[in-house]
Design a protein around this ligand. Structure first.
Ligand code: ADP
Ligand code: ASP
Ligand code: MG
Length: 601
């Protein structure tokens, strides 16, 4: 006997027959003695169809009216599923987000959940009914009942939030694949099913493009210790468990709106090695990091910035003890990384042994562009200059002068109201994990580069704050290592990626702001893709990034940008190379298997 929350995605409820099959599965769970709350998505691709209708009327529809429209999709499914259950003799009732009392912030089309009222749900459960709840929606105020939606793919988040609010025994996410696979099986046909994955890994994978789970759902599961499993709607296979350590108890108020940042991490045992003006051609990163791995040097942060002409800058960090050896590798290797065979001097190698890395982490920053900007502003206000910046949706890391570290930590902990935590993620896992758990591809990114940004504290903060004010989320931010003197002012280039839909706005907006900020031109490239590897097992294991770069080099794929965090490595490549790149790295880490996943249409 338990309380189970089940969620069925669009394909799983895409037709009357499928809704009837879902009803059978629900009844089997109920007959096993469980109480059930069932969350459903809109049927098939009906949310897309509604978006299309809106666009036919307006190029830029009001977000409030969009929510009004999109929330109808789920309402169709809840009523049909309840009817199907009743038809089979199972008492059931359908409820919208408003009827349940799923209270969100007043942010149309991307609202986060404040809290969920459980009284009405409990009452119907006690009456022996299966409660069928509309996913993806809530209301922003109990008086006006303003309908909000949680953002595309948000039904997963509704389900996990309900499981947390009801303290359910488990949350089962039913979808059109057998669980979480090593890659999207639509792109990599020999992707394999995992029996389990940690929340930390899944959070990275989901935010890097594996849309099988909404990243915010993973965050709630991690914060509240919800037992989550992803399974197929069409088979009895046990699927993939998403595991996390038992969390500290936390209040059910502000479910998603607690702190945007979970932790401030720092590492003072870091030294930075930078190579300036490295040739921009396939295989370069592979050779350099391959050699470092050969020498058993564990590289932490790797950043490759945009190129100017036909050269790149590559910077990486290692422990202080490894700095000399890393420098020797970089220097010895230099001439091989030059643009032409005639150049014997090789790229310039710079080593800085007095640096520290500070990071902020937390899924609360997803979709909140102001958070990274707030980190930069906080550091700028403390007069701290940022050297390397590397970001993902759930992590922002900067290197700074070692002497600034204490002040940086104090300022960040205060700004984000958190304690500074351990220097590293803990690799302690229930089972030993492979270095790379899965790979992901994000095709919806565009790259922007701003040339010649004056190198003074506060400028990165200023730029990203302005973008945040336009509600543009910046994903991978890379500040170049190389500095240049423009009319006597030291400048650096900054490159970053944004969602493709935001690229035009970002370009127009930045181009206008440029003269005022004293920067050079802004360049945009939408024909890019981001490929990533994720795995807890890469913590403390040298050579993983090198292996990824090698796989890309073997396919003659040029790497445009590199950014790493502790458990992931992402590379920006040309869009035309994206799927080849994804398959190549999937194969290189031995993730392929014999069993092919069938995906129903
Ligand atoms: P639902 O409608 O059930 O929420 P989604 O379409 O949102 O389903 O998510 C399931 C899809 O996610 C799969 O059909 C698959 O194409 C895609 N996907 C991407 N990455 C992965 C992965 N690593 N494992 C499984 N599925 C993935
Ligand atoms: N129906 C919504 C969408 O298509 C929510 C969901 O399916 O998770 O985005
Ligand atoms: Mg989904």
């Amino acid at each position: 006997m338990g309380l189970v929350v089940q969620k069925y995605g669009g394909t799983s409820v895409g037709s009357v027959e499928r809704i009837q099959a879902v009803a059978q599965r629900i009844i089997a769970t109920a007959q096993a003695g469980n109480s059930l709350v069932v969350v459903v998505s809109a049927m098939g691709k009906s949310t897309d169809a509604l978006v299309k209708l809106a666009r036919e009327i307006s190029a830029n529809p009001s977000r409030r009216e969009l929510d009004m429209l999109l929330s109808t999709g789920e309402q169709v499914t809840i009523s049909l599923l309840s009817m199907a259950l009743q038809e089979l003799g199972q008492p059931a009732i359908s409820l919208t987000g408003a009827q349940v009392g799923i209270i969100t912030e007043p942010e149309h089309t991307r609202a986060r959940i404040f809290h969920i009222k459980t009284e009405r749900l409990q009452r119907h459960l006690e009456e022996g009914k299966v409660v069928v709840v509309a996913g993806f929606q809530g209301v922003a105020s109990t008086t006006d009942l303003e309908v909000t939606t949680l953002g595309r793919g948000g039904s997963d988040t509704s389900a996990v939030a309900l499981a947390a609010a009801l303290r359910a025994d488990c949350c089962e996410i039913y979808t059109d694949v057998p669980g979480i696979l090593t890659a999207d099986p639509r792109l990599v046909p020999d992707a394999q099913l995992m029996s389990e994955i940690t929340c930390d890994e899944m959070l990275e994978l989901a935010s890097l493009g594996a849309k099988v789970l909404h990243p915010r759902a993973v965050e709630i599961a991690r914060n509240y210790g919800v037992q989550m499993v992803v399974r197929s709607s069409w088979s009895g296979h046990p699927g993939t468990r998403v595991v996390s350590p038992v969390p500290q108890p936390r209040p059910l108020k502000n479910l998603e709106l607690g702190r945007p940042v979970d932790g401030v991490r720092f590492d003072t045992d870091q030294a930075k090695v930078a190579l300036l003006r490295v040739a921009d051609r396939p295989g370069i990163a592979a050779r350099l990091f391959g050699e470092l791995a050969q020498q058993n040097l564990d590289v932490d942060l790797i950043i490759q910035s945009i190129h100017e002409g036909n050269t790149n800058d590559i910077a990486f960090t290692v422990t202080k003890a490894a700095a000399n050896q890393a420098e020797a590798v970089a220097t010895a290797f230099g001439p091989m990384l030059s643009r032409t065979t005639l150049e014997t001097a090789g790229p310039e190698v710079l080593v800085n042994r007095a640096i520290a890395k500070v990071s902020i982490t937390g899924a609360g920053m997803i979709g909140r562009p102001g958070v990274a900007a707030q980190m930069f502003t906080t550091l700028a206000a403390a007069g701290i200059n940022l050297q390397l910046i590397s970001t993902s949706e759930v992590n922002v890391s900067c290197t700074i002068a070692a002497t600034d570290c204490d002040r940086a930590i104090a300022a960040l902990c205060q700004a984000f109201a958190v304690d500074s935590s351990s220097t590293h993620l803990s690799p302690s896992l229930p089972v030993p994990s492979p270095p790379v758990r899965g790979v992901a591809l994000d095709l919806n990114q565009a790259r922007l580069a701003i040339r010649s940004v004056p190198d003074r504290p506060g400028l990165a903060a200023e730029i990203f704050q302005r973008l945040a004010a336009q509600n543009i989320s910046v994903d991978m931010i890379i500040q170049s290592q190389r500095s240049r003197s423009v009319s006597g002012v030291i400048t650096r280039d900054i490159a970053f990626t944004v969602a493709q839909v935001d690229a035009e706005t970002a370009l127009t907006f930045l181009s206008k702001a440029i003269p005022e900020l004293g920067c050079g031109e802004v360049i945009v490239d939408t024909a890019i893709a981001k490929v990533s590897i994720v795995g807890m097992g890469m913590l403390g294991q040298p050579g993983i990034a090198a292996h990824m770069f090698k796989a890309l080099a073997n396919h003659q794929i040029n790497i445009q940008m590199i950014a790493t965090s502790e458990i992931k490595v992402s590379c920006v490549v040309a869009e035309a190379d994206a799927v080849t790149a994804l398959r190549a790295i999937h194969a290189a880490f031995d993730l392929c298997g014999q069993h092919r996943v069938e995906i129903p249409a």
